[in-house]
Design a protein around this ligand. Structure first.
Ligand SMILES: *Cc1c(COP(=O)(O)O)cnc(C)c1O
Length: 479
């Protein structure tokens, strides 16, 4: 499989060439040259597979430059019930992403948050850790991953990379601004290759330091600085797998369709759903849910894509969806404009200059229906009401992001064809956002037994002023 840039760069790299990098040289994002099509016979055969077997079948269509036996071993090692051990009582952890029905056959949660850090990012990041180690070992190379996090991404990256040869992680977080649980998750890691830096500033200060270090080309090359951000193609590819697994979990025959509702921020998760559908998965609707930061909902309703300024980005109680522009959206736009890189380059010339683009009234926007997308937005009051209603009606506690999804799913349920099961993707477990759960329900969310008392473990973190040179020195002293 060869990959193309959404902006038309002439290179045709393969999977391992783009695994450790970020953007294409022209600033575009990589996508497969064509989407592999899955036959009806394959769908029928895949229904019986374990998650790891299914992951191998799907990923081997996208990854043709790793010997199949090696890829198989990587999938087997990644997708185990020991790693994804936080299934709800009564659900089968061996399924990795079990469906938890609220109404049997009609409305369910696709459990994506049973991994070590209790958010769906573990689904892809754990695979990435094993792929990085494999490719770096083969090439005799090393990488120093530098990132900034306000919670979910940083912890998922650290749990995926801990103890991996050839990989060091330097993760910046805003000092004192994450919840005690989130701090404990990250800072209690004692692995030699994981370095937590708490910056005395806001998330944006941490992010600015990462940008400044990465923009220093000489430093970046000399110290092999890399990233694991949401535009990484391997993360999107890994996420395609659970759309298939969720489909098999929710249907009895491949004549049936399902609908997915996806709490969205950077468009990474739902981009994988779009690709699964393009591969031939019978998807009736992809329902995109945003919080108050509704840049994507606005596009799917109106055709106007208007990235927000930092000052316009709201801080909400579903913080992992607080984005001003959706970094993966360019991948969908490429398909929407008929895979014409010139059109994408023209649209993103606007976006990169901080301006909006407007596709309303164009043939491209008229094609949106072909891609099965609908959208909606949720607010803090909606989240609280949804968490309460789901708890009262079904005895299930949702996290705040999944609650945004449930709210928007309810809004669209009536528009689905009869008999189509609706799966809401559970993107985190409620214990990560305990403050809002207390506000909604008046009590603490349940906590997995193996994470009891995590706040009391010894922590390893370096507190630092938001100073680019100090962060560079810290890295230099440790590589
Ligand atoms: C990252 C994240 C999201 C948003 O996912 P995207 O791939 O950025 O759309 C939603 N919910 C939670 C809990 C997350 O961590």
């Amino acid at each position: 499989m060869k990959y193309v840039s959404t902006r038309g760069h002439a290179g045709r790299p393969e999977f391992c060439d783009i695994l450790l990098g970020g953007l294409a040289p022209d600033g575009g994002l990589y996508l497969p040259e064509t989407y592999p099509r899955v036959s009806r016979a394959e769908l029928d055969a895949w229904r019986k597979l374990s998650y790891a077997e299914l992951a191998f079948e799907i990923l081997s269509k996208f990854i043709t430059d790793i010997p199949p036996a090696d890829l198989k071993a990587i999938c087997d090692k990644t997708y185990t019930a020991q790693v994804y051990r936080h299934a709800r009582p009564g659900d089968d952890a061996a399924q990795i992403t079990p469906v938890h029905w609220l109404e049997k056959g009609r409305l369910g949660l696709l459990e994506l948050s049973n991994g070590p850090t209790l958010a769906f990012k573990d689904m892809a990041m754990q695979l990435l850790g094993n792929l990085f180690e494999y490719v770096l070992d083969k090439r005799g190379e090393t990488i120093n991953i530098l990132g900034a996090t306000s919670g979910d991404t940083g912890s998922a990256a650290e749990y995926a990379m801990r103890g991996k040869h050839g990989v060091r992680v330097f993760m910046l977080s805003p000092h004192g601004l994450m919840s005690p649980f989130q701090r404990a998750q990250m800072y209690s890691l004692q692995d030699d290759n994981i370095h937590n830096i708490a910056v005395t500033g806001m998330f944006d200060d941490a992010q600015d330091i990462v940008k400044a270090v990465s923009n220093d080309a000489a430093f970046k090359a000399k110290y092999k600085i890399g990233a694991v951000n949401s535009i990484n193609w391997a993360r999107v590819a890994a996420q395609v797998v659970y759309y298939f697994k969720g489909y098999f979990g929710a249907t009895e025959s491949s004549d049936q369709q399902v609908a997915f509702c996806v709490p969205s921020g950077n468009f990474g998760n739902i981009c994988a759903g779009h690709i699964a559908r393009m591969m031939g998965l019978p998807v009736a609707k992809l329902i995109l849910a945003t919080n108050e930061n509704d840049v994507l909902d606005e596009f799917f309703r109106t055709g106007v894509y208007r990235p927000r300024k930092a000052a316009e980005t709201r801080v909400t109680s579903s913080p992992s969806m607080d984005i001003s522009k959706a970094s993966n959206f360019e991948r969908f736009a490429f398909d929407l404009v008929g895979r014409d890189p010139k059109k994408v380059a023209a649209l993103w010339a606007e976006v990169d200059a901080g301006r909006a683009f407007d596709l309303s009234g164009t043939p491209e926007f008229a094609r949106l229906g072909e891609f099965a997308f609908v959208s909606g937005a949720s607010s803090h009051a909606d989240r609280l009401a949804t968490i309460r209603q789901v708890y009262e009606q079904y005895g299930v506690t949702l996290d705040t992001h999944t609650a945004d999804g449930m709210k928007v799913a309810w809004d669209h349920a009536a528009g689905l064809p009869a008999g189509v099961p609706l799966l809401v993707l559970e993107t985190a477990l409620p214990v990560k956002f305990a403050e809002t759960i207390r506000e909604a329900l008046g009590h603490e969310p349940e906590r997995p037994a193996d994470l009891e008392g995590i706040e009391k473990l010894p922590q390893r973190v370096e507190v630092m002023a938001p100073d680019v040179e100090a962060v560079k020195r810290f890295i230099v002293e440790r590589v």
